[in-house]
Write a protein that binds this ligand. Structure first.
Ligand code: PRP
Ligand code: URA
Length: 232
């Protein structure tokens, strides 16, 4: 039976770079007990569309909480009922959330719960069923996205093709600060994204065992898009 997170993630980066310091950002794995519990429900075949959708959104919120830890703040003068004081507020333009369609849409409201002022751009990609190569079909992003921090969201990082393509589209438009939030990652895809885009910080809730012969994550949760939208 495949084991969740059997992958030797701690040694992966040392082995990959043979001990050399590198610019690659180690993925952040949200191994909080509540998240692990939610993930187990999410993975079950018996979990229906409504619960699946709610869990994707909830885990999206928790990933966002971690991914925004380093968000830049600036001082702001405020007045409490007691006195004036200097408090802090988020600096600069509000971040932009970019879901990779379709499945990424399931994480948008979870992230917006924590960043209500965030705008939303969309990148439409689907995997060719034979080759697993991403096929682009839509891209609509805020015109000033180059000046914004971007949270790219998609529940599944499998071969990494979709994430690499979407990050490439963002960089082509001048985006410099990109975080990728996913729920389950496969080691194969993680490595590919890291090599293609070493500057992008990846946040995930689980690092699974491997990809199967048709490039699905094992043990994974099946087809995220179909389970969110009830299309199968
Ligand atoms: C899924 C998933 C990712 C992609 C991951 O989308 O939501 O976008 O596959 O696989 P990769 O890492 O091998 O590229 P899918 O292509 O099934 O489209 P959908 O979201 O419209 O269902
Ligand atoms: N896309 C999914 O939705 N699930 C997988 O396991 C791989 C790609």
């Amino acid at each position: 039976m495949p084991v969740i997170s059997k992958f030797d993630y701690d040694n992966f980066y040392d082995i990959f770079f043979k001990g050399e310091p590198n610019i690659m950002k180690k993925p952040f794995i949200l191994d909080h007990p509540l998240v692990q519990h939610k993930l187990s429900i999410l993975r079950r075949t018996s979990t229906g569309t409504k619960d699946f959708r709610e869990l994707i959104s909830e885990i999206g919120t928790l990933l966002c909480y971690e991914a925004t830890r380093d968000i830049e703040l600036e001082p702001v003068e405020i007045e409490t009922p007691i006195c004036k004081c200097t408090a802090k507020q988020i600096k600069g333009k509000a971040p932009v959330i970019v879901p990779i369609l379709r499945a990424g849409l399931g994480m948008v409201d979870g992230v917006q719960k924590l960043i209500p002022s965030a705008r939303v751009g969309h990148i439409g990609l689907y995997r060719d069923e034979e080759t697993a190569q991403p096929i682009e079909y839509f891209c609509k992003l805020p015109v000033d996205i180059a000046d914004c921090r971007v949270f790219l969201v998609d529940p599944m990082l499998a071969t990494g093709g979709s994430a690499i393509d979407a990050i490439g589209q963002l960089k082509k438009r001048g985006v410099k600060n990109i975080s990728f939030l996913c729920i389950i990652a496969a080691p194969e895809g993680l490595e590919k994204v890291n090599v293609a885009h070493p500057d992008v910080q990846i946040y995930c809730a689980a690092l699974d065992d491997h990809l199967n012969e048709v490039n699905y994550i094992v043990p994974g949760l099946g087809d995220a898009g179909d389970r969110i939208f009830g299309t199968k």
